[in-house]
Write a protein that binds this ligand. Structure first.
Ligand code: UT7
Length: 315
């Protein structure tokens, strides 16, 4: 397939590191040095589905497609206010889509998972035009008294319209199940028969373990991805890497031996918005005219599961 349009929307509320240090035992110095994050957009009065619908309409407008043109809509999301129907259904109603749609929960690498599904449907001859939306509100998963998690995240939504083409050269998905590294649990509705104990537990993360997984999985998958398509690092124009921590991005860059100029980032202004991260960054690169025709762009993301994904796209 080929990317025909992109769009993104972030919440209006900007939260600085100094604002966090008003109620947390943290500092701008710690957050900036350890993560590279300066500010993040945090949901206040917005609903995620409204932001996602707006991002989708922006991408559709850029693509020149109409709602009736779409054969499939896949939404990457971890949590939102609706348990059912899927966030994809809620967005579809808002933007007038009537094609089959569903959600994928693959955490931060959700964009690569949705891309892989779309490309597979396309190669099977079942679709020609697909909408992908990556919408996440990780700030609603954190305990805002836990300085080790809440300072890391921001919210947002971004969309990609895919049409006919042969620009997606390859996708790679990887799973290394290890639930206790990054998880959240919530209590479900009670019934007269429930005898087990259930506890609401906000997002828990073993930061150092996830850090190590991120660097290893990303570098391994990127090298394998390039090898699978007969390309080398010299052929790569840009890497769009999950915006979780600037130190992780730097470690990936150093391991691959690639220059900083190949790694556009937005982590300083956005923090980690889960699967929306890569797609928000993609949209700003597209709208700023960074990519030229023929550029080879490599995507890489990692997160809860533990899961990771990579993709290579020719612009
Ligand atoms: O999208 C999901 C993927 N998630 C990630 O990729 C996150 C991966 N992990 C990381 O980015 C890093 O591990 C963190 C940013 C989460 C933590 O950085 P770190 O350098 O690994 O720090 P640490 O967890 O080893 O903590 C070092 C110290 C601890 O204090 P002590 O035990 O040395 O006294 C923490 O309590 O820093 C303390 N600390 C803080 N201090 C000030 C933890 N959070 C904060 C904070 N402000 N916000």
């Amino acid at each position: 397939m080929k990317i025909l349009g992109t769009g993104s929307v972030v919440p209006k509320k900007l939260v600085t590191n100094d604002m966090l240090s008003e109620f947390l035992d943290t500092s701008d110095e710690w957050i900036t040095t350890r993560t590279g994050i300066g500010t993040r957009h945090v949901i206040s009065d917005e609903h995620l589905e409204d932001m996602a619908a707006e991002a989708a309409l922006k991408a559709i407008e850029m693509s020149g497609k109409k709602p009736g043109d779409f054969d499939l809509f896949i939404c990457s999301n971890v949590v939102n206010e609706y348990v059912t129907p899927s966030l994809a259904c809620v967005i579809s109603e808002k933007i007038g889509l009537s094609c089959p749609c569903f959600d994928v929960n693959a955490a931060c690498p959700g964009f690569m998972f949705t891309l892989d599904i779309a490309e597979s449907y396309y190669k099977a001859g079942r679709v020609k035009t697909v909408l992908i939306v990556c919408a996440d509100e990780p700030t609603r998963m954190c305990d805002w008294a836990d300085r080790s998690t809440c300072v890391l995240f921001g919210d947002g939504a971004a969309a990609v319209v895919l049409g006919e083409g042969d620009n997606i050269l390859a996708t790679r998905l990887h799973s290394q199940p290890s639930v206790d590294k990054l998880w959240e649990r919530r209590v479900l509705e009670p019934t007269p028969y429930i005898t087990k104990t259930e506890v609401n537990t906000p997002l828990q993360m073993k930061g150092r373990d996830v850090f190590k997984f991120a660097v290893t999985a990303s570098t391994t998958e990127v090298e394998a991805l390039l090898e699978s398509i007969g390309k080398t690092k010299d052929d790569v124009s840009y890497y769009i890497v999950h915006q979780a921590n600037m130190r992780i991005i730097d470690a990936i860059k150093n391991y691959l031996g690639e220059p900083e100029s190949k790694f556009p980032t937005n982590i300083a202004d956005h923090g980690n918005s889960s699967s929306a991260s890569c797609t928000i960054l993609l949209d700003s690169c597209v709208r700023n005219g960074l990519f030229k025709e023929g550029d080879l762009i490599v995507f890489s993301a990692f997160g809860a599961g533990l899961l990771s994904g990579a993709a290579a796209i020719v612009w």
